[in-house]
Design a protein. Sequence first.
Length: 118
Amino acid sequence: MIFDLDEDFIEKELEDEDIPWIGKIVAEGVSGMVFNILDEIDLQFEFQDDHRLKIMVEVFGEENVEYARWYIDSKGALVLDDDDDDDDVWLFEGKKLVAFDRDHGRLERQPVYLERVR
């Protein structure tokens, strides 16, 4: 999984009116640190035949494995069903599988994508 975040994305997210002012101050203060932490995260998905999704996470040398489910919805989008939140879907853009957020029928591209590693 690749997190393609930049300062413009963070600024746009901070414009969200639902974020309290104290949250904005904290987020602005730690945004530089977030970029450094993301460099230390290795997140890999293994899509298994039985619609199981093996999620392998390595953070600062610590490894963890979790499982979720995956399916293709009626519109052809990939849904990773790990928390009953089907507002996030994944669609191909070239060879990248890009995350999109469904917002009242519209798709909003997210700065996260998957690339095949094997």
